[in-house]
Structure formats: C-alpha cells, structure tokens
Design a protein around this ligand. Structure first.
Ligand code: NAP
Ligand code: 2RA
Length: 396
C-alpha cells in the first residue's frame, strides 16, 4: 500500500485541517493500491462520508467551560502532558469573563463564549453541559474545529465516535467534526471490564456505583463542604444542588429518573458500553449512588462471561491492561480507594473474586478519578490520538 499525502480528488481544506471526503464504500481511486493519508482506514458505517481531520501544525486549542470542575482539570492536564498547543483560548459564561487562569506559567483571560469564538481554533474541549454543546459544538465543527465533547449531547449519535483511547482509539478516524467523551462512571467501569470482555466475552453486568460529588460539578463540591461545616457546628443543613443532604448520607439517585425506574445515568453504562466496546448485545443493570466523597468514582461490578474465568486468569489479563492498576491484596487491606485514586491518571481494580451467584461470573471493584479518566484526561488523550494519527499516516 502506497500512502500519498493527499488524493487531489476528494481532499478538502477546512480551516487548518486537511481531510478526505471519499465515500468509504467507493474504491480509492484513481489507482488501486494507493491510499490518501487524509483518509481513514476504519469506519463502522461503510456508507458514511468521512471527514478525517489531519493536523499540519501545532493546534490552537480552546476549553469551553474552562472555569468548571472539569475545565480546570483540562487546563492542568494539557499542561502536565505537554500537549503541543500553539495557543490556548479559555471560554466560559459571561459570569467568568475577565477571570484569569494560569497555563504554562502565563495568565490567560477567560472570555465569554459567543458564536464567533471558534474562528482559527483547531481543537475545542467542551465541558459546559449538554445545552451549550448542542448549540455551539456543531457551529465550532463548521468552522473547521474538532470538538471533543464531555457532555451527553452527542454520545449516542451514530455520526459521532464515542471514544476511550485504551479501548477504541481507531474510532477517532471516522469523526465528522465532533468526538464524544463517555460518561465518567461508564469510562471507569470499562477500563477494567473491556480487557476482561476481550479475553472472556462479557454477556452482562450487575453493578452499583459510588459517585463523588465533584461528578456534579463545582457547586456540589461547595455544597458538601458547607454541609459538613453545618453538621459539625450543629447548624441547620441547607441544600441547593441535591434533593437531600449529601454530607454523612448516600443518595440512590444520580441524574433524572426514566419511566423504567432506572435513571439516565444508570442506562449510560449499557448504551455507551455497547458503542465503545463494539458489543451490541452487552447488557447492564446498574444502580448509581451519590456518596459524600469529593473526588473519584468507584463501581462494584458482577460480570458474567461466555467463557469460564478464574481469578488468576482475570488478574493476568488486568495486569496487562493499559491505564489500569491491580490493587488486590485483601489480606493486607489493600484494594482501590477513591481517596488514593483522586488526582491519578490510572484507574485501579481489586476485590477480584469468583461471583458466587453466576456461572462464569467475576466480581470486582474499580475506582478512578472521574474528573480525569472520566472527563479531562480522556478528552486530552483523544486530542493526542488526533495528532498522533497524522504522524502515523504520513510515516506509513
Ligand atoms: P461545572 O463545574 O458546573 O462547570 C460548568 C462550566 O460550564 C463552567 O465553566 C461554567 O462557566 C460553564 N458554563 C455554564 N453555563 C455556560 C454558558 N451559558 N456559557 C458558557 N459557559 C457556561 O460542571 P462540570 O462538572 O465541570 O461539568 C461540565 C460538563 O462535563 C457537563 O456536561 C458534565 O456532564 C460533564 N462531565 C462532568 C464530569 C465530572 O466529573 N464533573 C465527568 C464527565 C462529564 P461559569 O463558571 O462562568 O459559570
Ligand atoms: C456524575 N456522571 O457523576 C456524572 C458526571 N457528569 O454525576
């Protein structure tokens, strides 16, 4: 296979991206044996018209929702991982306009998000909620920007890849301007479940989550702090974010309820899990619970597999899995804890045991920082995939 830098027939320039719009079903022409470096090698939809953005310079990056719990972590993650941004634009609501945030030793002034913010921006990391994403992400994509979106707005859209780089990195290749980041509880669970699925074939899971308040955003962190102070000082407890007191309590309620009795958050595990693992028959019955933990979600999972699975075989698989630590020495009280996982890029799995209620079943406990692997880190990793794949294509 000869890779040409562009096919001259269907390659287009949009902003600072080069991409190929050859329909994937059409044989690459005009000469067989040639492939355009701008054209994706994989797609789940053979009829789709593909737009694959290839970056040809250091990107101008924007963070939308820069002042929020996730946005602040995005800025730190871009800095810590030396993301090769030529420029960083920080966007939030009018309330934050003029605030200054640090990036690589410099102060950057936050600007109000408006419709004309995306001219010249190459990659935009969105984390300002679904309604903002629905309004501004398509507009940014039309400007030639690749949007990596943290909200649930586009996750189940068939034209939008939903990506955890350790699992389905190649899906970034069929993006059409928007790539979705998965739900945080789903992402953390799949970091342990997917390697097991690849080895033993996962049929279904039963799971309960233990979700930190920072999953709800900056206001919920403040609510827990305030309520702890109110309880400790014997004052009346006030609540604004959650329907009940969260301090010294747990709430079996994350996101809104559906007619089925499950919440939206609970259904994300099955729906998003199917798309990310390319496993349309995957089933998940989940109870999502909010706990008075500041940071890092945990999930107790019982999984049923096609093949028999021993604890030893599962451990061997999990020890090889990227982005995952195995912390599993119950006799020494060693298992993953949200307190220890807060601030870490890796997730951790432990409490591995044969599930006593299922054939071919394995029970485990997985924890991870949902602001990082469940949001900011995963988004930056997707950006890195976009840049890395250009190098791979050119060098092929
Ligand atoms: P957050 O702490 O409440 O932050 C929200 C951000 O959105 C702030 O920067 C806010 O700016 C900005 N924003 C709100 N209204 C806006 C508007 N009209 N125009 C422009 N910017 C606006 O929330 P978060 O926890 O960071 O979550 C943000 C998104 O990420 C949500 O879609 C959430 O579902 C998703 N997510 C969160 C997590 C998590 O662990 N927190 C994990 C995965 C996905 P101001 O400061 O100016 O108000
Ligand atoms: C939560 N999954 O923890 C969400 C993060 N937006 O509520």
């Amino acid at each position: 296979m000869v890779v040409v830098s562009r096919c001259a027939r269907n390659c287009r320039q949009r902003g600072s991206f080069r991409f190929c719009v050859t329909p994937i079903a059409e044989p690459f022409a005009p000469f067989s044996g040639l492939r355009c470096a701008s054209r994706p090698r994989l797609t789940s939809d053979p009829a789709a018209r593909i737009i694959f953005a290839c970056m040809n310079h250091k990107p101008h990056v924007a963070v939308v929702g820069a002042t929020g719990a996730v946005g602040l972590e995005m800025i730190k993650t871009l800095e810590k991982r030396n993301f090769p941004a030529s420029r960083l634009t920080l966007l939030a609501s009018a309330r934050s306009s003029g605030k200054r945030l640090k990036f690589q030793g410099e102060e950057i002034t936050v600007q109000e998000l408006t419709r004309d913010c995306f001219a010249g921006v190459d990659i935009a990391l969105f984390s300002a909620g679904s309604s903002i994403s629905k309004e501004f992400a398509p507009l940014a994509a039309r400007e030639g920007c690749v949007v990596i979106d943290n909200s649930s707005a586009f996750r189940m859209d068939e034209s939008v890849p939903l990506v955890i780089p350790e699992i389905n990195a190649a899906d970034v290749e069929w993006h059409q301007g928007i790539i979705a980041n998965p739900n945080c509880t789903t992402a953390i669970t799949l970091m342990a479940l997917y390697p097991l699925h690849a080895a033993f074939g996962c049929r279904r899971i039963f799971a309960s989550s233990y979700q930190a308040v920072s999953g709800t955003g900056a206001k919920a962190i403040a609510e827990l702090e305030r309520q702890v102070d109110q309880v400790v000082h014997g004052r009346p407890v006030t609540h604004e974010v959650y329907p009940h007191q969260i301090a010294f309590n747990v709430l079996p309620h994350v996101d809104s309820f559906l007619a089925s009795g499950y919440t939206k958050e609970e259904m994300k595990m099955e729906n998003e899990g199917r798309k990310i693992m390319h496993h349309p028959a995957f089933r998940a019955s989940v109870t999502c619970v909010r706990v008075p933990v500041y940071r890092a979600h945990s999930v107790a999972v019982s999984a049923e597999f096609d093949k028999p699975v021993t604890v030893e075989a599962a451990r061997e698989v999990l020890e090889q899995a990227p982005g995952l630590q195995v912390i599993d020495e119950p006799s020494r009280n060693r298992y993953p804890l949200p307190l220890s996982m807060a601030g870490q890029y890796d997730c951790a799995v432990g409490r591995l045991r044969r599930d006593s209620a299922m054939d071919n079943g394995l029970a485990f406990w997985v924890s991870g920082d949902q602001l990082l692997k469940g949001a900011a880190l995963n988004a930056v990793q997707i950006g890195e995939e976009l840049l890395g794949r250009k190098l791979e294509s050119v060098g092929a």
